[in-house]
Design a binder for this molecule. Structure first.
Ligand SMILES: Cc1ncc(COP(=O)(O)O)c(C=O)c1O
Length: 344
């Protein structure tokens, strides 16, 4: 069976499992993050991002986004995001719940991206007790349609945000794929471009279940520890979550794994582009592809055991490659598409 449904259909990478095994074998440690593994993660992330950060590990991307936003927006705040944003479409109201009621304001934007002019126009600056007050901007990197924001694009959005006193959050569930594709440093595409808080994904790229909420401005993290506890994500065995990030960050595994996933997406793109009748709806810039297949082809492939979400956006299917995707899987899938299209 070949599964391109998402990059979380995979298990954990060997280096992450090895790090958990090592941490697990050690003598008993104090709970709730009072351990050497957890201390180390903040240090490692500070090195990686070339600035002193405050970092809080959680077990899901949803909690990571919701906690980040809870640090940026009051209950009467407005959080501007793309209409396709995961926080808007796929988190069951967790951001609203964790913030105590802040309002997400979804905005349209080509290729899954927000554009500065549209953001500028959308921000409702009226200081009116009847209206939610502008509080935050959230961008997804890489986006839900598999595209990328370049550093100057993030900076342009952050500039508009700053003018309206909005804090900037980045949903980086696939941040690693973005960094690998852009070839820039993690710092350049985050705080140097104006991002205040980053949800740095691990689970989709080799962790068992670990995500980091990274604050580039320590004052914004004032309540983060208590919010995480209230949100049920202060794990008593935090060291085993931290160990995952130890394995993930060591020897740039996070970046290498993401670069591999991107390469597999590139290979898939090359194969699909050569098949008449298959149209790519969005540019393929990281590890997600949105092909529109001729009628009936996606269903036929699904029935033949090739798993992916058909009819995901604009009539296109979604294919996601992962750290564990092999060239053989990609080639096998391309051959199956070619055959299914020929028979359609
Ligand atoms: C862009 C994006 N953000 C956040 C998440 C949330 O992750 P989780 O499913 O771990 O809550 C996902 C998961 O699919 C995602 O694609």
């Amino acid at each position: 069976m070949i599964n391109f449904a998402s990059d979380n259909v995979t298990g954990a990478s060997p280096e992450v499992l090895q790090a958990i095994i090592q941490a697990n074998a050690a003598a008993p440690r104090m709970p709730y993050g009072n351990d050497a593994h957890t201390d180390l993660i903040e240090e490692r992330l500070s090195e990686l991002f070339e600035t002193e950060v405050k970092a809080y590990l959680v077990a899901t991307g949803t909690a990571s986004n919701a906690l980040a936003l809870a640090s940026l927006a009051p209950p009467w705040g407005a959080i501007y995001c793309h209409e396709q944003a995961h926080i808007q479409r796929s988190e069951c109201g967790a951001p609203e719940f964790y913030t105590g009621g802040a309002k997400l304001v979804p905005l349209p934007g080509a290729q899954g991206k927000l554009w500065p002019e549209a953001l500028h126009e959308a921000i409702d600056r009226r200081d009116d007790v009847h209206r939610v007050q502008p509080a935050a901007l959230s961008v997804t990197q890489s986006t839900e349609t598999g595209t990328l924001y370049r550093p100057d694009e993030v900076a342009a959005l952050a500039q508009v945000a700053a003018e309206a006193d909005l804090k900037v959050h980045m949903d980086g569930a696939r941040f690693a794929n973005a960094v690998a594709a852009l070839g820039c440093s993690p710092a350049e595409i985050s705080w140097k471009s104006g991002v205040d808080v980053l949800s740095f994904g691990g689970t989709k790229n080799g962790c068992l279940s670990a995500e980091a909420v990274i604050f580039f401005r320590p004052e914004l993290a004032r309540n983060a520890a208590r919010q995480r506890k209230r949100g049920g994500h202060l794990l008593s065995k935090m060291r085993l979550l931290s160990a995952q990030f130890e394995g993930y960050l060591a020897e740039d595994a996070w970046l290498q794994r993401a670069a591999h996933a991107n390469r597999m997406a590139g290979r898939l793109l090359k194969g699909l582009q050569d098949i008449p009748g298959v149209e790519l709806v969005y540019p393929v810039e990281a590890n997600q592809l949105f092909p529109r297949f001729p009628s009936g082809v996606a269903q036929k492939l699904n029935q033949a055991g090739f798993l992916f979400y058909a009819n995901m956006l604009e009539g296109a299917s979604r294919l996601v490659t992962a750290w564990s995707t092999t060239e053989e899987e990609v080639d096998h899938f391309i051959a199956a598409v070619r055959e299914a299209v020929a028979e359609a």
